[in-house]
Every structure is written in structure tokens, then in C-alpha cells.
Write a protein that binds this ligand. Structure first.
Ligand SMILES: Nc1nc2c(c(=O)[nH]1)N[C@H]1C(S)=C(S)[C@@H](COP(=O)(O)O)O[C@H]1N2
Ligand SMILES: [Mo]
Length: 518
């Protein structure tokens, strides 16, 4: 046996990097496999990704939205893997001359995996320790083994056949990487599968006790290309910090109502859906939505009135804030008046457009508060409603620089024609949606170039909590034109013209498009 201390300096940087890559990959792959095989064991890749999201600098929610909000978090997973592998290669190179670097580096990464795993609310602490320990040991032994294999070919007497020795080392490293990738993919597949199955079949949801009347006649305008009045579940935007969609098991899931209340209580899923269920259309929107963006949707939500749950618990008069907590630790917070006010029907939703909540949208239960941006109100995978004070607690996005209070701003969007479209001369439908939940929309106007603002036709609103469609028949004349839209809410406030970026409290400004008429 050649002691690592004397053999490893002979390894080339390139071979050491390959050994580090293979050893690091094997550690990640096996950790993923353990996470897939043992329910409650955290995946270090996901746990570290969650940590990255949690540690974003203020205002960086845009980053999450741009990078991972819609791309199913694939990119963050890949970045975490790439950084880990690059570090493993670096550690292996450095360990050629200073073997202690391997032990130190692996310990640091093991502790990182441990720390990240321990703060994953979905993971068992003991299994977080097991995963970190297994991954560290695998990394350490695999690295030592591969470096020795690489060194052996350089060491007399094998030095006479370097080609053979090198082929063997490279072949082994590639085999290890293949095994790591296979184990990793298998583990992640098992992990994702383990979280399915809890979702009941569509239709299993009890019928609502108070059904929403169907949308009134004239609620939808007949315009090709306009956003549909009700957003189908599979087309509804998705924004959250979850790298892996939480799928709570119904047997153990509870909704807890606690904090500054007379009598805290908890409900099972069956108990929750056995309560009187209402149905209402509510348009929800993301604070990160850009002017003209599509992080907004309108659905028929079915669920229990939040008021009902709060009355049962008996809210202390000085409890000024409602905090919604998700099974994955995400939190929202909003003033208690939003749930108690007569005109609002904040709810714990269990159904979306006639089906149980899809996993992506918060199964088994989520909050829906008409009029508030999602980040302060719409907790998905809800498990706790806590009554507290506004001073006592800042929810997830507030320390990251987003506004404590998040009323949805009045906005309007042009859906047709598309910006950049070429149109024929003559009558053209300019149409889209406008929303100001829960103040309602009283007017939408369109401006062509720098001309006068002209009233658009509005669809018959479902309620003040939903968007409306609008249509303006434009007599298009030849040339290049700019079209703008603005809405007025139900209280007579005109949408703000001055542009602001989404942070800290939502984007302002008028949506504008350019078209060419010929
Ligand atoms: N558990 C959890 N709930 C969450 C979030 C989250 O990150 N985690 N994001 C919120 C934000 S910012 C928005 S805009 C809405 C989006 O709901 P949707 O994905 O169903 O459209 O969910 C809210 N609820
Ligand atoms: Mo959001």
C-alpha cells in the first residue's frame, strides 16, 4: 500500500480534478439515493438550494422568479451540483500537496449539508445527520481510493506502463461518475414519487354548501386571443420557493389555528372539508409581476371561510396580524382585518376550479385573501394559522426587502394584438384584462400614440375580487403606432402611470405595445 501522503503529489492536476469530480459526484448521488429510499431524509442538493433561496439579498425575489419560478427550479439544482463538483475538484487538486485539505474540505461540505438538512422542515433531524455522514464518508473514501489509483500509474514500477495505468484510472473514474449519476437520478425519482399518492382523485372533494353563481352573462368577451376569464389549473402561474413541491401526507397533515386566540385547535383534512364550504372566484397576483406580465390568474376557489375558523378559535382583540405557515416553513403575514372585514371572504381553499388543489398550487390547503398579493397572503401547503401582532413577526419576504403590506395594485394588460404585430388597415380588436382585487374595475381606457384616452368596453364583472376583460375597437390607420392601456378601480383611483420595478411593493406603470399597420 502506498501511503496517500507520499503518493498523491505525483498525481497531475487534471487527474486529481477528475478524481475529485468523481468522488464528489458519488457523494451527491448516494446522498440523493438515500434521500429517495428513506422517507424523511433530506436531499443535500435541495436543502442547500433552499438555503440559497433563503439567503438571497434583499430585493432578489426577482431572481427567483426569473430563474426558477417558472423553470421548475431545475437551474438552481444544476447550479448547486456544479458548484459542489467544482469545489470537489479544487479540493482534490489541493489535497495532492496537503492531504489534510481533503479531510477539511469534506468536513466543511458535510457540515453544510448537515446544516441545510437540519433546517429543512420536511426532514427528520436524525436522517439529516445520516445523509451528511454517509455523503462525507463516501466522498472521503472515494477520493482517497481514486487518488491512489491515479498515483499508482506514476509510481515505479508501474511507471513503465503509464498508458495502461491511466486508462484504468480514467475508466474507473468514469464508471464512478456513471454510478453516481444513475444513483442520483434514481434517488431523485424515488424522492419525487414518494411525495405523490397523497393527492386524492379529482371529484373526491365534497360539494360546496354555497356554490358560486355561474359567471354572469357577458362576463366573457368574444375576442380571439384574449386571456380566458377563468384560468385553467394547468395554465395558472406558479410562484414559490419550493425546490421540490411539498406533498404532505393526509394522514399526518393538520391545520393548526393558534397564537393569540382563546382556544387553539387543529383539524384533520377530513374535518376541514366537512366544514361549510363556500366557492368564489378570486383573482390572485404576484408582486413580482412586471407591467404586462402574466403572473396573475383567476380561479374558482372552494374552501372554508377564514372568518369561521377565527371565530371558532376566538381571536384576541389585540391580535393584529395573521400569519400563515406552510409545511415547508414559508410564511405570510397580513393584517387581521383582512379576514374579519365583512366585505372580504378570505378563505382556506381546498379546491381550485372544481378539483382538489393541485400539488403545485398548495394541496391540501392554502390561503386565498382577495385583494392581497400572494407573498403576504396566499400560503400554499398551509399547516398553521397563527394570530400575532404586526410588530411581533415579519413573514418570509419582508426581511428580504419586500413591503410588509401587499395590496394588489390596479393593473391592466393588452393581450391582443401582440406587441410587434403587423395589422391590416381598418377595424382591429384591442383587448385584454384589468384587475384591482378587491376594489373592482370601473373603467379601462386605451390611448393610441399621444391621442385622447378612449373608453374600452368592459365585460360584466364576476365580482370586485376578479379581473375583467376589456375590448376597444380601433380603426387602425397605416403607420407605426404605440398603444397604451390604463384602468380605474372601483373607488375611482386611476392606475399609476409612473413606472416602478416590482420591489418592494409591486410594479406600476401603463402597459404599452407597438404595432405596424399596413
Ligand atoms: N408555501 C408557499 N406558499 C406560497 C409561496 C411560497 O413560496 N411558498 N409563494 C407565494 C407567492 S409569492 C405567490 S404569488 C402565490 C402564487 O400562488 P400560485 O403558485 O398558486 O399561483 O403563492 C404564495 N404562496
Ligand atoms: Mo408572488
Amino acid at each position: 500500500m502506498v501511503p496517500a501522503e507520499s503518493a498523491t503529489p505525483l498525481v497531475s492536476r487534471r487527474d486529481a480534478a477528475l478524481a475529485g469530480l468523481a468522488a464528489g459526484g458519488l457523494a451527491l448521488g448516494i446522498a440523493e439515493l438515500v434521500a429517495g429510499l428513506l422517507p424523511g431524509a433530506p436531499s443535500p442538493i435541495i436543502a442547500v438550494g433552499d438555503l440559497v433561496i433563503a439567503l438571497q439579498p434583499p430585493g432578489a425575489k426577482q431572481l427567483v422568479v426569473d430563474l426558477f419560478g417558472l423553470a421548475d427550479k431545475l437551474i438552481l439544482n444544476l447550479v448547486v451540483i456544479a458548484v459542489a463538483l467544482a469545489a470537489a475538484a479544487g479540493i482534490a487538486i489541493a489535497s495532492r500537496t496537503r492531504p489534510v485539505v481533503a479531510t477539511l474540505g469534506i468536513t466543511v461540505f458535510g457540515l453544510l449539508a448537515l446544516g441545510a438538512g437540519l433546517r429543512d422542515p420536511l426532514a427528520e433531524p436524525l436522517l439529516a445527520i445520516v445523509v451528511a455522514l454517509v455523503a462525507s464518508l463516501v466522498a472521503w473514501f472515494a477520493l482517497r481510493w481514486l487518488l491512489r489509483l491515479a498515483a499508482r500509474r506514476m509510481t515505479p514500477p508501474v511507471a513503465e506502463m503509464p498508458a495502461w495505468g491511466r486508462r484504468r484510472f480514467i475508466g474507473t473514474s468514469i464508471a464512478v461518475i456513471g454510478a453516481a449519476a444513475t444513483g442520483g437520478v434514481l434517488g431523485r425519482t424515488l424522492l419525487a414519487q414518494a411525495r405523490e399518492g397523497a393527492v386524492p382523485q379529482a371529484g373526491a372533494l365534497p360539494a360546496p354548501d354555497a356554490t358560486a353563481p355561474p359567471p354572469p352573462a357577458g362576463a366573457s368577451l368574444d375576442v380571439a386571443g384574449i386571456t380566458p376569464l377563468v384560468t385553467p389549473n394547468e395554465r395558472f402561474y406558479r410562484i414559490d420557493t419550493a425546490l421540490l413541491v411539498p406533498r404532505p401526507r393526509l394522514e399526518t397533515w393538520r391545520l393548526v389555528v393558534t397564537g393569540m386566540v382563546d382556544s387553539p385547535f387543529q383539524l384533520t383534512y377530513d374535518e376541514l372539508v366537512a366544514l361549510p364550504l363556500i366557492e368564489q372566484y378570486v383573482t390572485i397576483a404576484c408582486v413580482s409581476n412586471e407591467v404586462g406580465g402574466d403572473l396573475v390568474g383567476n380561479a374558482l376557489w372552494r374552501g372554508v371561510r377564514l372568518k369561521e375558523l377565527l371565530e371558532r378559535a376566538g381571536v384576541a382583540p389585540d391580535a393584529t396580524q395573521i400569519v400563515g405557515r406552510s409545511v415547508d416553513g414559508f410564511t405570510v403575514g397580513f393584517p387581521t382585518v383582512h379576514a374579519l372585514a365583512e366585505e372580504r371572504e378570505a378563505m382556506v381553499a381546498v379546491g381550485m376550479n372544481g378539483e382538489p388543489l393541485p400539488a403545485d398550487h398548495g394541496f391540501p390547503a392554502r390561503l386565498i385573501v382577495p385583494g392581497l398579493f400572494g407573498y403576504v397572503s396566499a400560503t400554499k401547503w398551509l399547516t398553521e394559522i397563527e394570530l400575532t401582532t404586526l410588530d411581533a413577526f415579519d413573514a418570509y419576504w419582508v426581511p428580504l426587502g419586500w413591503a410588509k403590506q401587499g395590496p394588489i395594485l390596479t393593473q391592466s394588460r393588452i393581450d391582443v394584438p401582440r406587441s410587434g404585430a403587423s395589422l391590416p388597415v381598418g377595424s382591429t380588436a384591442v383587448a385584454g384584462v384589468a384587475w384591482a382585487p378587491d376594489r373592482g374595475i370601473s373603467k379601462v381606457e386605451v390611448q393610441v400614440d399621444e391621442g385622447d384616452w378612449a373608453d374600452a368596453e368592459l365585460s360584466v364583472p364576476i365580482s370586485d375580487a376578479t379581473w375583467v376583460q376589456w375590448l376597444y375597437r380601433w380603426d387602425a390607420v397605416a403607420g407605426a403606432h404605440a398603444l397604451r392601456v390604463r384602468a380605474t378601480d372601483g373607488q375611482g383611483e386611476v392606475q399609476e402611470e409612473r413606472r416602478t420595478p416590482p420591489p418592494p411593493d409591486g410594479a406600476r406603470g401603463y402597459h404599452a405595445i407597438d404595432v405596424t399597420v399596413a
